[in-house]
Design a protein around this ligand. Structure first.
Ligand code: ARG
Length: 407
């Protein structure tokens, strides 16, 4: 175990010490136009270039002394235990809707010939029907013609590591995803937190067996007292309240949850696609969500209850009040130009990853927003963004902080 064992995330901007990533692999080669929308993609991405960009992203962090971990490596370590590996595959097939015992039996045999790392990668990539030789025809479902090309669907959104779980303080939410295509991502997270020795005894603030969705892109740890959670296209208000109750009544330092009610639309799918923190008092924001933006505060109230109030003030005043700051600087995506804002937000111009206060990683394509950040005293590190951006997520969505310096 390293000094970075467990989780420690009490802010958005404190020096990033350890981060979890997934480099896109063969799963994105299993995206075809027919299933594009269901797989939550708008275009097909060129894997080789996407991987090149992802390496650049990881290298920027490694060069800053950040420990970069890969989900596939951690999962392979878990799979070194044959029982866990076996149990994972059973759960994975059930949740992947593998239809018949004959297919299951063939898949068990198929995976049994793989090393742990190859098995992890193959589970993520998906299994085309053409890859399995002969399936014994035992039940009707094995016999009737079915043109669907996969026995196991690909999981192409896994490179957005921000969403299936969320580090909050010393604990984690194991999320319920709002779309079926992303639900098996959280099975990886469950196994990680149930079985990896590095994450032993990490408390849970939400579990994947719940009914209401919440995704990590909606969760922003503004300080060790204040958390913002988007009520969004992906996150339900019921889930926000449940997480709030669990956290506020835990031993953690958090005192208030601010629920941001943002438009329920694909382009603003999570709070972090329209609003991220870049310094103690500076945020990027997509101007399209500012007016009106309803914010509700959730706090403890006597009798084990919650006090929920509408914050009838501007976002600046709300942030000033709760973060106890004399002033707040909202830096507009597209530098305030509506067309530039719309264009760059679509490629995650507001989705910055802070690696220390005032230092962020951004896609190079959002050059107007990046310049606006620099004009406001933020140091911006950039990397290429032709392909990764087509999945509709940026540097923040692609990373899950495991450990940040407290500030
Ligand atoms: N935290 C985020 N903004 N994640 C972006 C996820 C993008 C992904 N294609 C999806 O639709 O789910």
């Amino acid at each position: 175990m390293t000094e970075n064992s467990g989780l420690n995330v009490y802010n958005e901007i404190g020096q990033l010490k350890s981060v979890l990533l997934h480099c896109p692999g063969d799963e994105v080669e299993n995206i075809v136009p027919k299933y594009l929308k269901r797989l939550l993609f708008d275009e097909i991405i060129y894997l080789k270039q996407a991987q090149k960009e992802h390496l650049q992203f990881a290298k920027l962090m490694i060069d800053e002394g950040i420990e970069v971990l890969y989900l596939t490596d951690l999962m392979a370590q878990i799979f070194n235990c044959p029982d866990t590996r076996k149990q994972f595959l059973e759960d994975f097939m059930v949740e992947g809707n593998v239809a018949t015992e004959a297919v299951k039996e063939t898949l068990r045999d198929f995976f049994s010939r793989m090393s742990p790392i190859d098995m992890v990668k193959k589970c993520i990539a998906g299994v085309q029907k053409s890859e399995l030789a002969h399936i014994p025809k035992k039940s009707l479902a094995d016999i009737v013609k079915n043109p669907y090309p996969f026995y196991l669907d690909p999981i192409p959104n896994l490179y957005f590591q921000r969403d299936p779980f969320a580090s909050m303080g010393h604990g984690v939410t194991l999320n319920v995803m709002s779309s079926t295509t992303r639900n098996r991502e959280t099975l990886f997270a469950k196994y990680l937190f149930d079985y990896h020795p590095r994450f032993k005894d990490v408390p849970r603030w939400y579990n994947r067996d719940k009914t209401h969705p919440i995704e990590g892109g909606d969760i922003l740890i503004l300080s060790n007292k204040v958390i913002a959670i988007g009520v969004s296209d992906r996150t339900d208000s019921i889930a926000v309240e449940k997480v709030a109750k669990k956290l506020l009544y835990s031993n953690e330092s958090f005192e208030v949850i601010l629920a941001f009610d943002i438009p329920k639309a694909r382009e603003f799918m999570h709070l972090d696609t329209v609003f991220t923190m870049v310094d103690y008092d500076k945020f990027t924001i997509y101007p399209g969500i500012e007016n009106p933006l309803d914010v509700y505060s959730i706090k403890k109230s006597p009798g084990n209850a919650l006090a929920i109030s509408f914050e009838s003030d501007t976002l600046t005043s709300i942030l000033k009040k709760y973060l106890k700051l004399p002033a707040i600087n909202l830096i507009r995506c597209g530098d305030g130009n509506l067309i530039a804002a719309g264009r760059e937000q679509w490629s995650d111009g507001s989705n910055t990853l802070a690696i220390q206060p005032g230092k962020v990683i951004c896609y190079d394509r959002n050059y107007i927003t990046n310049e606006a950040l620099r004009k406001n005293g933020i140091e911006v590190l950039e990397f290429e963004s032709y392909e990764l951006s087509r999945g509709r997520g940026g540097p923040r969505c692609m990373s899950m902080p495991l450990n940040r310096k407290n500030i």
